[in-house]
Write a protein of this length. Structure first.
Ligand code: HEC
Length: 111
């Protein structure tokens, strides 16, 4: 029993280590993204309106609130994909990447 717990501990340690090795590659996710195009898309689709309605927070306070959902660049892209799917925006992956790059540059600052 004790051994099992130790083994599990070892696995989670290994996971933590491989995750902490990720930031460098994450930094490259937005390397070729177009922040200005992302900002334009973001404003065009009024992304903030719904978040503001739900939480009563302005854009900056919403994205930088302590309990925010997005904690990695990958999650940011996934969440934007989720929201745009909900809205049936049918954005191209490239558009979603540009929006993610804009939000990361303006608020998230994820590496
Ligand atoms: C119809 C409502 C709605 C619209 C419009 C909407 N979202 Fe969202 N969004 C949500 C919900 C629900 C969540 C989950 C967290 C929450 O409850 O606020 C969320 C969360 C997010 C988050 C994560 C916030 C965090 O906690 O870190 C991002 C980023 C995001 N949305 C981006 C977008 C973008 C980009 C658009 C425009 C393409 C958009 N959203 C439009 C409903 C919406």
């Amino acid at each position: 029993m004790c051994y099992q717990i130790l083994t599990l501990g070892g696995i989670s340690l290994a996971l933590t280590l491989s995750l902490s090795a990720a930031p460098q590659s994450q930094e490259r996710l937005f390397k070729d993204a177009d922040i200005a195009a992302g900002k334009a898309l973001y404003q065009e689709h009024k992304c903030s309106a719904c978040h503001q309605e739900r939480h009563g927070l302005n854009e900056k306070d919403y994205y930088t609130r302590p309990g925010r959902k997005v904690t990695t660049q990958e999650k940011l892209i996934t969440q934007i994909n989720f929201c745009s799917t909900q809205l049936s925006l049918s954005l191209f992956p490239e558009d979603e990447l540009n929006i993610a790059a804009y939000l990361n540059d303006a608020y998230y600052k994820l590496k």
